[in-house]
Design a protein around this ligand. Structure first.
Ligand code: SF4
Length: 470
């Protein structure tokens, strides 16, 4: 795995893992999440039953995607909305940019949406001359810093209070003080001006409800609700996998998502939108568009082994529990979706040169255990590794190592022989003080840790010496 993205990932990951301040920040944030999640999970009469039900709902939606997407489309059109099927990022971007240009849009407000990050929508709108405002506070902060979100749910969790205060003083007017209340008030001021002057509001979708043709959006700040109700044109950009069969499915999906995402019993604002303002209604948008994005999802759907990746409801729990994410943070991955789910998705959404991310895992299975829709994440990381090796993308040294391992494991004498050679080599290298250097085959470990003591003989020999038996 020597692609440019792989080299860049290794460089960033090494830098971040060695940054103790960053790791302390991450650990504090994640520990806080774990405590909230444990409390939230305890509110369920049976958390495992809720997970199983969510899994079944998503199974039904994804395995009957053709039926439910068409049902969703028909319901939206009945209410005067429009639905656009985008094969890829470019088609989705072009639709929104052309729509905005044709309607004379100058200002756009956006609710938090990872799909719009995936298709790089904001830069395209800005290039076309429009002003774009991220309205989720975390997204607003990272937009001011001109950087991508750090985490699926907590985009600015890598920043300290002091960093945000400095940023706001530099970029915003009306910042009364450095305390959190004053900082939030300054952001609110700026965003209210944007909300009241924007002609277009863009949201993602947490779920698309087939039987009612509604887009379900869940936020904690109310910004999503303002985005979909104040501007005269409303656009929801979403992946095709977000469809669920019935409105009543939200009764379990919404609280389970809230608990897995932040430990809350329910997210503060849960909004359903399904069309433009109708005659007699006092408010709501004049136009309502839904963009259903494929962008590689159909290929995942066709793959029976990995189809359940499409069940993901983007709660971020697998990131929070992953020991690799907890060491290197979100920006190291270099992809829209970081952590275990991002590592599984990256080769499918970004191409085979992102197969290296499947190795950014200890395969401990914590991600699979926590996932509220039971995506079999760590096995998919293994599937991706297998696919990469089958496609000839494995490293030469790795292939050689496994060939040697296979040969050695086929006989006790061979195993003893190889073990003896490895022990002797490592002892000699470490005696010469070469641990952690390019010559050390264990340098991935020894460049940051003390070398383990090398035993003088194999386990079998030591056993025989001690017990006098084979
Ligand atoms: S894979 Fe599961 S745990 Fe990870 S973000 Fe998706 S739903 Fe959450």
């Amino acid at each position: 795995m020597n692609s440019a993205p792989a080299q860049e990932f290794l460089r960033r990951a090494a830098e971040r893992a060695a940054d103790l301040t960053h790791r302390q920040m991450l650990r504090a944030g994640m520990d806080h999440y774990q405590a909230n999640f444990a409390k939230g999970r305890g509110r369920f009469a049976d958390w495992e039953a809720a997970r199983q039900r969510c899994h079944e709902i998503k199974w039904e939606g994804v395995n009957h995607l053709d039926k439910y997407l068409l049902e969703f489309e028909a319901r939206v059109k009945e209410r005067g909305g429009r639905v656009f099927w985008a094969e890829n990022s470019e088609e989705a971007r072009n639709y929104v940019v052309n729509l905005a240009a044709s309607r004379g849009v100058r200002r756009v407000v956006k609710s938090k949406s990872m799909v719009t990050e995936e298709i790089h929508l904001s830069p395209a709108l800005e290039k076309a001359g429009m002003e774009v405002f991220e309205t989720d506070l975390g997204e607003f902060i990272v937009q001011l810093r001109n950087e991508p979100p750090y985490h699926i749910v907590m985009p600015a969790m890598h920043l300290t209070h002091a960093q945000i205060a400095k940023l706001f003083h530099e970029k915003l007017s009306d910042v009364a003080g450095d305390d959190p209340v004053s900082l939030v008030a300054a952001a609110r001021q700026a965003l209210r001006r944007a909300f009241f002057s924007a002609e277009m509001g863009i949201s993602g979708a947490n779920f698309l409800v087939a039987d009612s043709g509604l887009v379900a959006i869940t936020t904690n700040e109310g910004n999503g609700r303002l985005c979909v109700s104040l501007p005269r044109i409303q656009v929801a950009v979403t992946g095709i996998e977000k469809v669920i069969p019935r409105l009543r499915d939200l009764a379990v999906l919404w609280p389970t998502l809230a608990t897995a995402g932040t430990g809350q019993a329910i997210t503060t604002y849960n909004t359903l939108v399904g069309g433009p303002r109708r005659p007699g209604e006092p408010d709501g948008p004049e136009e309502f568009h839904v963009i259903l994005l494929d962008n590689g999802r159909s290929e995942l759907l066709a793959d029976a082994e990995q189809r359940d990746v499409l069940y993901c409801i983007r709660c971020g729990a697998c990131l929070n529990t992953c020991p690799v994410f907890r060491a290197i943070g979100g920006h190291s991955y270099g992809t829209t979706y970081p952590g275990p789910i991002g590592s599984v998705l990256a080769p499918h959404l970004r191409g085979p040169e992102f197969a290296h991310l499947s190795y950014a895992s200890s395969l401990c299975g914590a991600c699979t255990d926590i996932c509220p829709v039971k995506v079999d994440l760590h096995h998919h990381l293994l599937h991706n590794r297998r696919n990469a090796v089958n496609a000839g993308r494995g490293r030469f040294g790795e292939r050689l190592g496994f060939k040697l391992w296979r040969w050695a494991m086929a006989g006790a004498r061979r195993f003893e022989l190889v073990g003896g050679v490895v022990r002797a080599t490592l002892r000699a290298l470490y005696a010469l003080g070469l641990e952690g250097t390019a010559l050390d085959p264990a340098r991935a470990w020894t460049r940051n840790h003390a070398a383990p003591a090398i035993p003088r003989a194999s386990f079998r020999k030591l056993w025989r010496e001690k017990n006098g038996a084979r």
